[in-house]
Design a protein around this ligand. Structure first.
Ligand code: AMP
Length: 220
């Protein structure tokens, strides 16, 4: 079977992480979130974590080479040999150019939402500090009890970079620095309306990726 590499692009809060997880299960391919890898480094207090922690907490982007090297290390793992789903990489033209030197993306799925929707979703996002489950105070999935993890019953917390100031900084960076990637990937990009239910967005993505898999089968 040939390698399938899919990238999810879109502003913060567009549901890239949620959709990447769904796609990862459907296609049985690893979901690679560079933001998660950075957060793991911060939690583990590694040298990398100490270096990037203040940058991430302020909502700014980590330097391109650092992000690329982290990704390169991750995709060298055996579980990526059949392909992978990228969430949050590339975020700059420079990062895309570094990536283009080693792999070709099969499909770039752009999940579109308005800034107002992104601010609303992100400032109400919470996660469980124990199991990592993600909730939203206003949209689904909502915690059953008041700000407690349904499973662990511990108090949910907010990401430091999900405060309104940090979210606005992140959105501004998205429009200025990341959005030009849609043009960079013109041939591979497909736009999806992210302001639908999780299931509807997943169905739209599945449709576009399904077509791609079919084409790949016909090519082989
Ligand atoms: P995310 O969880 O994808 O929103 O990422 C959280 C934070 O990690 C971002 O605001 C950046 O500070 C950093 N980060 C994640 N991916 C990248 C990337 N590709 N390039 C630079 N910084 C990144």
């Amino acid at each position: 079977m040939s390698k399938l590499i899919i990238c999810l692009l879109g502003p913060q809060g567009s549901g890239k992480g949620t959709q990447a997880k769904i796609l990862s299960q459907k296609l049985n391919l690893p979901h690679i979130s560079v933001g998660d890898l950075f957060r793991l480094a911060i939690e583990s207090n590694t040298e990398l974590g100490r270096q990037v922690g203040p940058i991430i907490n302020s909502g700014k982007l980590v330097p391109d080479e650092i992000a690329f090297n982290l990704l390169k290390e991750r995709v060298a793992n055996l579980d990526c040999s059949g392909g992978f789903i990228l969430d949050g990489y590339p975020r700059t033209i420079k990062q895309a150019e570094l990536l283009d030197q080693s792999v070709k993306l099969d499909k770039v799925v752009v999940i579109e939402i308005s800034d107002a929707e992104a601010v609303k979703r992100l400032t109400s996002r919470r996660h469980c500090p124990r199991c990592g489950a993600i909730y939203n105070l206003y949209t689904l999935p909502k915690p059953h009890e008041d700000e407690l993890c349904d499973k662990c019953k511990v108090k949910l917390v907010q990401r430091v970079d999900d405060t309104e100031t940090a979210v606005r900084e992140r959105l501004q960076q998205y429009h200025a620095i990341t959005e030009p990637l849609i043009k960079h990937y013109q041939g591979q990009a497909v736009k999806i309306n992210g302001e639908q239910t999780i299931e509807q967005v997943a169905a739209d993505i599945a449709k576009s990726v399904g077509r791609l898999q079919l084409n790949q089968m016909l090519d082989n």
